[in-house]
Write a protein that binds this ligand. Structure first.
Ligand code: ZN
Length: 396
């Protein structure tokens, strides 16, 4: 790896929070080493040959998708019955597509054979290009429960602990628990809680003892309640599904527990949710909006995520999904950007590594033609992406 100092000049810089007065970013090795004014650089005699004039471009932190499945093929309607090595090159191709669209970090929340962990290590070592990956391995689920095909079934506390230990032994970055059923798996019901309070608590305590965060898949309200009480770190989907369907069972007292426990909500809004915005009746949209609005008003932070890999949701779709997420949750473009950069990094516990543009952090930078704080569609036209200091696209 080259350790030449690269200076990007004449930029507009949005650092994950604000537009900075400075106009230049300095990168060396994997890291951002300076944020400066180009005039100051002229005075210090910093070498000119490694300068890249970026006039007209806006720099933002690399995007973070908090919920993907590299193993899943979005073109397949049915979930896999088993995971075979044939998927490995497909996963590498998906990772490359993601980073080329500016997604420099992704959290993989489930696969069957830990191939995504091997991919994570290949990317980290520079052997393949792709986002920095945080991986959960096999999700812990009930017998024939949501995503049981990945091999994480557990009928009782002892088995659940065994599945957890198996993930720890493989070197996962976090633990995924299926607190409720889901739509992808026939026979499992989104409304039903899959584990008792005792098992949820035991899993969270064990994961935390290993310094591993816990992401809990939760559609139904009872599962949300148990996950919140157990103190998981992120609630995925948080769909408040009740007898009357999606978002029909929002409960403010449970939302208060989510807030009090410091839990982040990852609502997995993908670009396909545009359907909801286009729907004539709009009942589900009204309910979902009301739930998001209430959670946001309480102070519960929402983090961007797509559940990429499920049918019709492509791995590199986050830049387009953010615009839909902003419309559904009624977020400003800047709030939506934070949910995929600075806020997401805090939610995932990696804000000391990425998520903002400041010296000392890894150089995960997207250069855009246009300011996404004005119009999120600018995200779909990356002019350049740096991931850990490495240029991903050809300039020009
Ligand atoms: Zn998922």
């Amino acid at each position: 790896m080259s350790h030449e100092l690269i200076t990007l000049t004449h930029l507009q810089i949005w650092d994950g929070h604000n537009i900075l007065p400075e106009d230049s970013l300095q990168i060396q090795g994997n890291n951002i080493v300076g944020v400066a004014f180009v005039e100051e650089l002229d005075n210090t005699g910093a070498p000119r040959k490694s300068r890249i004039n970026c006039a007209g471009l806006t720099a933002i932190p690399g995007l973070i998708d908090a919920h993907v499945h590299l193993e899943l093929n979005p073109d397949e309607k049915d979930p896999p019955t088993q995971t075979t090595a044939a998927v490995v090159p497909l996963m590498a191709a998906r990772a490359a597509q993601m980073v080329q669209q500016g997604i420099t970090t992704a959290r993989d929340l489930g696969g069957g054979a830990w191939y995504e962990l091997a991919l994570r290590d290949d990317i980290a070592a520079g052997r393949l290009i792709g986002p920095r990956l945080l991986c959960s391995g096999q999700p812990i689920t009930s017998p024939q429960g949501h995503c049981h095909f990945w091999g994480g079934e557990a009928a009782n506390l002892e088995q659940a602990q065994q599945v957890l230990q198996r993930q720890v032994d493989r070197g996962v970055d976090l633990i995924k628990v299926m607190a409720t059923g889901g739509r992808l798996t026939r026979g499992s019901q989104p409304t039903d809680a899959q584990f008792s309070q005792e098992i949820m608590q035991s899993l969270v305590d064990t994961a935390h003892a290993h310094d591993l965060p816990v992401a809990a898949h939760c559609h139904g309200t009872e599962g949300i309640h148990r996950a919140a009480l157990a103190g998981v770190d992120t609630i995925e989907h948080c769909s408040w599904v009740g007898e009357q369907g999606w978002a029909s069972d929002y409960q403010a007292d449970i939302a208060q527990i989510i807030l009090d426990q410091g839990i982040w909500v990852s609502p997995t809004v993908n670009k396909g949710w545009q359907r909801m915005l286009d729907s004539q009746t709009g009942n589900v949209l009204k309910r979902v909006r009301a739930a998001y609005k209430d959670m946001l008003a309480l102070g519960i932070p929402l983090v961007a995520s797509t559940d990429a890999g499920i049918p019709g949701v492509y791995h590199a779709d986050l830049p387009q999904a953010l615009a839909v997420f902003a419309k559904i949750a009624e977020l400003s473009p800047t709030a939506a950007l934070k949910s995929a950069t600075s806020d997401a990094a805090r939610a995932l516990g990696i804000d000391h590594i990425t998520g903002t543009l400041q010296p000392g952090l890894e150089a995960d930078i997207v250069l855009l033609d246009g300011d996404p704080n004005d119009d999120l569609s600018a995200l779909t036209r990356p002019a350049q992406v740096y991931c850990r200091g490495t240029e991903v696209l050809e300039f020009g």
